[in-house]
Design a protein around this ligand. Structure first.
Ligand SMILES: Nc1ncnc2c1ncn2[C@@H]1O[C@H](COP(=O)(O)OP(=O)(O)O)[C@@H](O)[C@H]1O
Ligand SMILES: [Mg+2]
Length: 687
């Protein structure tokens, strides 16, 4: 238990160096230090301390002078009295001090609050409360060590503390030792040669290494260090702890780095990895600068690859971030920032640059922001609104390839039915189980009524329209309420939008669906229809594509819509498609379970400027460090963090002058551009 006390003491040691706020410390031995000043205070009761030890000249003077009998007697009585008084005072002070200590012992202190209720130290692990703890140390490294060998260890998703101690060594002393060592090895080599033995590569290697190191040390190119590294792992159970230990040992062993458990030294090991800077295990190995630098625990800060597009500038080192999102596990991306943070701007830039690599771009634009870009690249801009002429029929089937089998055709209809059911969930509001069954049946019937079946050829027939579905429903007696709710999509105000055959074509490498002019409540439905239409197209023909959903949070509020985006995110990879989801508020986005899943299914994550209100949720969702969170708070427009797989870099998104002119969303710039072209902004928007 003595050790346990040491652990607690060492954790709390820094606190006791400063006079604690609450002096009621429970541990008298540890508090002896800071309490000393208080003891000195007791001299205020008696004479000043110096009088007792070293009589001052003034106090001594009467003694020397008083040689007369009378005089000397009074003096000695005086002194006797004084001594007695002093003794009494000292005793009183001592009692007072003891009383104070006893009182303070009874006070709860910070120490009491934070100390664990139990610490058990065994030769193989420590148990603090219910947590099992073990420390490992590295005792041997290979001759060649690869950069970033620590990173797989750090990336294990487990709590661990790693303590590194780097002791610089005096080069002069090292050189002397190396010289001796070099002499010995050389002698051994010579000896073997004289005996006529075959050459010994091991000795030769050692000799070369020593000589090389001596050269480098002498020239000052390298320095010598001693390096110690300890890893403390934490687990809820002993089994888990054992498993984790083995995992770490084999992980390191894979790079020929050998570790051991700090048997019988668990307490020392644990204390060496808490941030106190005390190395109690003392297992250090010699390393030169080059080898030591490989232990730098961070993945490369560079994100410059040979292919892809330029995303921006790396704010750590001003290198370029050049990257191909299609090289990742999936090509999906999420972009989060507060309004005006530069989300649309950066996504537009990315789209523009990806077009140059031959990718097709499809955008859902709820703010009418992509028009200029679309015009410049000669894309097709489709207006999804009640008054426009661009139409999508939600009953369209995905086009099958010419050699499609019956099974594929059947699958095709089944998929269409699933998406249509999602759409009707949005259109009709919540449905009870009976209504659900009715809609399902009617959907199947309406395709049959048009002669569409699992025969691949039959799927070339014109698909049904909303009014056909309405007719089928009317014939079902229990479908009354559904029929009524569906009326407005067939004959009412919305019929134009829903009850027409598809007349748009997507044979343009850049297509924008503008849904700004749709009624807000109607937008998720339109987005759903549009996404379904796009998804059919993507499934029909594999091609490198980016599908961008701006302000996706409007859709995420609706479960069916969110589920649909998620299913696209999950399957996009198979079709060589990358989905980009843009949203403002992480918390909103995580409001339903699909939000989180979309984020985890996106290998690329771009976080731009965040508001203080949302930073906590962002930090939690993306496992940011404190420094990263701070960086996001103080970022300017177009600045933030760029995560590609395991790489994290701070990014600044920059555009060339021409690009900026094309992608800007600043109204001021747009008006200036329009004026320069001799028109007004309204006129430009209309064309
Ligand atoms: N990287 C950038 N460089 C220069 N201006 C930018 C950059 N990013 C955004 N902007 C400007 O900031 C404003 C807001 O950008 P925008 O992309 O519309 O924000 P969000 O979509 O996040 O609301 C626009 O005027 C845009 O031109
Ligand atoms: Mg925007």
């Amino acid at each position: 238990m003595d050790d346990a006390k040491k652990i607690i003491d060492s954790i709390l040691a820094p606190a006791t160096n400063n006079p604690p706020v609450n002096t009621g410390m429970a541990n008298p031995t540890a508090t002896a230090q800071p309490m000393q000043p208080v003891q000195i205070n007791t001299t205020s009761v008696g004479a000043p301390a110096q009088v007792q030890t070293e009589p001052s000249p003034v106090a001594a003077a009467p003694q020397k002078k008083g040689f007369s009998l009378f005089g000397s007697r009074t003096m000695s009585i005086d002194i006797g009295k004084q001594k007695e008084e002093e003794r009494l005072k000292k005793e009183a002070a001592k009692r007072e001090e003891e009383a104070r200590r006893t009182y303070e012992k009874g006070l709860a202190s910070i120490r009491d609050l934070i100390a664990p209720s139990s610490v058990q130290i065994t030769p193989n692990y420590i148990v603090i409360n219910d947590l099992f703890i073990r420390t490992l140390f590295i005792f041997n490294y290979p001759r060649y060590i690869f950069p970033n060998w620590l990173s797989p260890l750090i990336n294990i998703d487990q709590t661990m503390d790693i303590g590194m101690f780097i002791y610089p060594r005096d080069t002069k002393g090292v050189l002397d030792t190396l010289r001796k060592r070099s002499g010995q090895v050389q002698a051994a080599l010579q000896n073997e040669a004289e005996k006529g033995l075959v050459r010994n590569p091991e000795l030769e290697g050692a000799y070369q290494d020593i000589e090389e190191l001596r050269d480098r040390l002498t020239r000052g190119e390298e320095k010598l260090f001693q390096f110690a590294i300890y890893i403390t792992i934490y687990s809820k159970t002993l089994d888990e702890l054992d498993m984790l230990s083995s995992r770490i040992e084999s992980q390191l062993g894979g790079s020929l780095i050998y570790s051991k458990r700090a048997g019988f030294q668990m307490s020392e090991g644990f204390r060496s990895t808490i941030p106190l800077g005390s190395d109690l295990l003392d297992v250090a190995r010699n390393m030169n600068t080059g080898a030591l630098s490989t232990a730098f625990p961070f993945a490369s800060m560079d994100l410059t690859s040979n292919e892809g597009i330029m995303y921006g500038i790396n704010r750590h080192n001003n290198s370029l971030i050049i990257f191909d999102r299609f090289s990742l596990e999936n090509a999906n991306a999420v972009v989060f920032a507060k309004s005006g943070g530069g989300k649309s701007y950066s996504v537009k830039l990315e789209a523009l640059r990806y077009m140059m690599t031959g990718a097709e771009i499809i955008i859902i634009d709820p703010e009418n922001e992509y028009k200029n870009l679309c015009k410049v690249v000669g894309g097709s801009f489709l207006n999804m609104s009640l008054s426009s002429d661009d139409r999508i029929n939600p009953f369209d089937l995905t086009k099958l390839p010419d050699n499609a089998t019956e099974a594929e055709a059947e699958d095709n209809i089944r998929n269409a039915l699933i998406t249509l059911k999602g759409l009707f969930n949005l259109l009709l509001g919540s449905m009870n189980p009976e209504e659900d069954a009715i809609v399902e049946k009617a959907l199947a019937d309406v395709y049959t009524s048009k002669g569409i079946s699992k025969d691949p050829q039959s799927q070339k027939n014109p698909p049904p329209l909303m009014s056909d579905f309405h007719e089928v429903l009317k014939k079902i007696p229990q479908a009354d309420s559904i029929v009524k709710r569906l009326d407005r999509y067939v004959t009412g105000t919305f019929s134009n939008f829903f009850n027409q055959p598809t007349n748009i074509n997507m044979n343009n490498p850049f297509v924008v669906f503008n849904i700004r002019d749709l009624e807000a409540s109607f937008r998720p439905i339109a987005m759903y229809m549009v996404l379904d239409f796009i998804w059919s197209k993507i499934k029909h023909e594999k091609k490198k594509r980016l599908l961008i959903v701006d302000e996706a949070w409007t859709m995420m509020e609706h479960e069916d819509a969110a589920r649909f985006i998620f299913s696209i995110a999950k399957r996009a990879r198979k079709y060589y498609c990358g989905l980009t989801t843009i949203a403002q508020d992480v918390e909103d986005f995580l409001g339903n379970k699909y939000g989180k899943a979309i984020i985890t299914n996106s290998s690329l994550q771009l976080l731009l400027r965040q508001s203080p209100a949302s930073i906590e949720a962002v930090t939690k969702t993306f496992n940011l460090t404190q420094a990263e969170a701070a960086l996001l708070l103080e970022s300017g427009v177009g600045e933030g963090l760029f995560f590609a797989g395991l790489n994290h870099v701070a990014i600044k998104i920059i555009a060339s002058y021409t690009e900026d002119q094309i992608v800007t969303t600043s109204p001021k710039q747009q008006i200036e551009q329009a004026a320069a072209a001799g028109t007004t902004l309204e006129q430009t928007e209309k064309t």
